[in-house]
Design a protein around this ligand. Structure first.
Ligand code: ZN
Length: 234
């Protein structure tokens, strides 16, 4: 493993067992919305807050391990992705030390890439399994937010990004939601919330009403990564 040294163990008491024999099939990325890594660590390790994550990456690239990967950390809350709830039991949670309104530091991004590469290989998680907190809880959460560089991750096979220039349907709310659902979004949260979450991740510069570029992006993602939900339930 390359990178700036091994993980620093900082155990949090806030975890339990993964339910129903579930194993990680997702990696959820968060920002801490705290002033610094020490403040975030204090919160993520305090029993009274009942929150945690498997990892925290500081702005300087230090990696803290709070919960073992085979355990269920408490980072996701309610929501569902690809029609499946209990995201905590299905995921590994990574907190990034960031307030939400500043760029993510280079050493932090580099450390995240090494970590993701390792997690995806060990748990056989596909790049489309790396998602934002806002993706599966669009009415509640906005992290890791429009400053996070998903395209950078996708260029290394650590996340997905829409292919440019894909022919699209005319902008239409129902068609957008159909494709968003196929990709994984919980469309029961409503069009406005899903469009906001989708844009925060894939088109952070986009404003105004649904447009052809939104349609091209979501339809490309749906085409390449749609999950057969009926087969998965069986
Ligand atoms: Zn979060």
């Amino acid at each position: 493993m390359t990178g700036p040294g091994p993980a620093i163990s900082q155990p949090s008491p806030n975890f339990g067992g993964r339910r129903d024999g579930l194993r990680p099939e997702l990696v959820v990325l968060h920002y801490t919305a705290m002033p610094d890594a020490q403040a975030a660590l204090a919160r993520l390790c305090a029993p009274e807050h009942e929150v945690s994550a498997h990892y925290l990456i500081a702005r300087d690239g230090r990696l803290f391990r709070l919960v073992e990967e085979d355990q269920r950390a408490w980072h996701a809350g309610t929501g569902n992705w690809r029609g499946r709830g209990d995201v905590n039991s299905r995921s590994i949670g990574v907190e990034l030390d960031n307030c939400g309104n500043s760029p993510f530091a280079e050493p932090q991004m580099a450390r995240l890439e090494v970590l993701l590469c390792d997690i995806l290989a060990r748990w056989q998680i596909q790049p489309e399994g790396v998602i934002a907190h806002s993706d599966f809880a669009p009415t509640r959460k906005t992290d890791p937010g429009p400053r996070f560089d998903w395209q950078r991750l996708s260029l290394q096979g650590l996340a997905v990004w829409p292919a440019p220039g894909t022919p699209a349907s005319a902008p239409d709310e129902a068609a957008f939601l159909k494709a968003a659902r196929a990709f994984g979004y919980p469309v029961e949260d409503g069009f406005a919330a899903v469009l906001a979450a989708f844009r925060a991740r894939f088109r952070p510069w986009a404003r105004g009403s649904l447009d052809e570029s939104d349609m091209a992006a979501i339809e490309d993602l749906a085409r390449r990564f749609a999950v057969d939900r009926a087969a998965r339930r069986a």
